[in-house]
Design a protein around this ligand. Structure first.
Ligand SMILES: [Zn+2]
Length: 365
C-alpha cells in the first residue's frame, strides 16, 4: 500500500485529524446536513496553525491546501495533505506572520459516496457564483443532453453515445466536445456537470472558512488538489489568474512557466469553466494578493472519464448503488480519479511535495 492512501473518506478523515492534532493544529469540523454511507456524518474539516485571529489581528500570509472539491478526487489530495503534515513540516519554517490552513474535503458528500458532484448533484467547482452572475447553458450541452444523461443505461444506449460523441469529435475536434460536455450547465438539475441555481451548502461554508482566516491577510496561496485531466501521473497548475496577471506571474516563478496554464486563455488540459471555488475565494477577499490554482494530476484519457461520469450520473439519478451494476460503476468512477496503480500514487505524493515546497518557499521567502 502506498503511504497515506486510505480505503475511504472516513479513514482519510481520521488520518487527517490525527496527524493535524499531533502537529498542534487547531481543528474544526463543520457538519453538513447531508449524510454519508450508513447515515454517518459528513464534515468539512479544517486544520489551522498560526497566529490567533481576532478583529484586529491575524496572519499576514496564509498557505492553504484543500482537497475533494470533486469528491472522487479527494483521496489523492487528502494523501498529499497527510504527507505534508507527517513528512514535510519538520523541514519547513513557518514565520511569525504566517499561517497554514488545510481544508479536508470541499465536497465531503462526493468524497464519501465516490461521486464528482455533491448531495444536490452540483459540481461545486461550477457553483461558486454571485447571485447576479449569469448561469449559461450552451446549446452544445443541450444538444448532447439526452445521450450524455440516459434514463436507461444499457449497452445499446452507451454504444449510441459513443458513436454520436465520436461523430462530434470528427466534426468539431476533441476540445470542442470536451468543452460541450464538461464546461458546466445550469439548466438540467439531474444532468452531469450541473452548476446549481444558488450556492450549495459546501460553498456557503467555504466562503466563511476562508474569509475568517484571510481577513487580515496581505498574501496567500490556495492549492486545490484535483485529478483527472492531462497525461497520466503528470500535473498542470491551472491558474485562476489571467495570463500576465500578477498571480499568474507569481505561479510561473514558483512552479516554472511550463507547468502553469490559464484554461480560458491558452492551450490547457482543462476547458474554461466558471464558478470555480478558489477563484471565488479570491474575489471575496480582494484586500489580499491571493495566488490560487488547481493542481490537476492526470489519469486516463478523456473518453474513459466521460463514460465513467455519464454512468455515475445515471446511477445517481436512476440506479441502485448497492446493485452489482452500481458497484461496478462506482469502482470505475473511483478508478478514473484515483487509480489503484501504486506508481501513480507515488507520483501524486512526489508532485504534492514538489508543488507545496515550491509555493511555500516563494510565499515565505
Ligand atoms: Zn477536479
Amino acid at each position: 500500500m502506498v503511504a497515506y492512501f486510505q480505503p475511504d473518506y472516513y479513514a482519510f478523515r481520521n488520518q487527517f485529524r490525527e496527524l493535524a492534532t499531533q502537529r498542534g493544529f487547531a481543528l474544526e469540523a463543520h457538519t453538513l446536513k447531508a449524510k454519508g454511507p450508513g447515515d454517518r456524518d459528513l464534515t468539512i474539516d479544517t486544520a489551522y496553525l498560526g497566529p490567533m485571529i481576532t478583529d484586529t489581528s491575524g496572519p499576514a500570509r496564509v498557505f492553504a491546501v484543500s482537497c475533494g472539491t470533486h469528491g472522487t478526487e479527494g483521496p489523492s489530495g487528502s494523501a498529499v495533505q497527510a504527507q505534508f503534515l507527517n513528512d514535510m513540516l519538520d523541514e519547513l519554517t513557518l514565520p511569525d506572520d504566517g499561517a497554514i490552513l488545510l481544508v479536508h474535503a470541499h465536497n465531503p458528500y462526493g468524497f464519501a459516496w465516490v461521486r464528482r458532484q455533491n448531495e444536490d448533484n452540483v459540481d461545486i467547482n461550477r457553483n461558486f457564483l454571485e447571485p447576479e452572475d449569469p448561469r449559461p447553458t450552451s446549446q452544445n450541452y443541450r444538444d448532447v443532453y439526452d445521450i450524455l444523461n440516459p434514463t436507461d443505461l444499457t449497452d445499446e444506449t452507451t454504444a449510441e453515445f459513443v458513436e454520436k460523441a465520436w461523430a462530434l469529435v470528427d466534426k468539431h475536434g476533441m476540445a470542442w466536445v470536451q468543452q460541450a460536455f464538461t464546461e458546466g450547465q445550469y439548466e438540467f438539475p439531474r444532468g452531469v456537470y450541473y452548476g446549481g441555481k444558488e450556492r450549495v451548502e459546501s460553498n456557503r461554508r467555504l466562503s466563511g472558512i476562508y474569509g475568517d482566516v484571510l481577513r487580515h491577510a496581505k498574501e496567500a496561496v490556495l492549492i486545490d488538489m484535483h485529478t483527472g485531466a492531462g497525461d497520466y501521473a503528470t500535473y498542470e497548475a491551472l491558474s485562476r489568474h489571467e495570463v500576465g496577471a500578477p498571480g499568474y506571474q507569481w505561479l510561473c516563478e514558483a512552479l516554472g512557466e511550463e507547468n502553469v496554464k490559464y484554461p480560458a486563455g491558452e492551450e490547457s488540459v482543462m476547458t474554461p469553466t466558471q464558478g470555480n471555488v478558489t477563484a471565488g475565494i479570491c474575489k471575496e477577499n480582494p484586500h489580499a494578493d491571493i495566488r490560487a490554482f488547481s493542481c490537476e494530476i492526470g489519469t486516463f484519457e478523456g473518453a474513459r472519464m466521460i463514460l465513467a461520469e455519464r454512468a455515475e450520473g445515471w446511477l445517481w439519478a436512476h440506479g441502485d448503488r448497492d446493485s452489482e451494476q452500481g458497484k461496478a460503476i462506482v469502482a470505475e468512477v473511483g478508478e478514473c480519479s484515483n487509480p489503484a496503480d501504486p506508481d501513480w500514487r507515488e507520483k501524486v505524493l512526489d508532485i504534492g511535495d514538489e508543488v507545496i515546497t515550491a509555493c511555500w518557499n516563494k510565499l515565505f521567502s
